[in-house]
Design a protein around this ligand. Structure first.
Ligand code: ZN
Length: 68
């Protein structure tokens, strides 16, 4: 799969973006760390979403660590 600007997974423009639920944002605004509910693998330029990963906080934390 290639996005509108010609990038695919593995290119530096394609990055995992953490998405929080409303509750997650609320908790984090109180200064409490809260794992994301969802990670979108998307192009930083055009915003095309390549993949969406949902799961437990632990899994997502591990995923972001590996892909940082
Ligand atoms: Zn793109």
């Amino acid at each position: 799969m290639v996005c509108a600007c010609g990038y695919s997974i593995g290119d530096p423009w394609v990055v995992p973006k953490q998405r929080y639920s409303f509750f997650g944002w609320f908790v984090m605004s109180c200064g409490i760390s809260y794992p994301p509910n969802r990670i979108n693998i998307e192009c930083d330029r055009c915003g095309e979403v390549f993949d969406v990963i949902e799961g437990t906080g632990e899994f997502l934390e591990e995923y972001t660590r590996r892909n940082r």
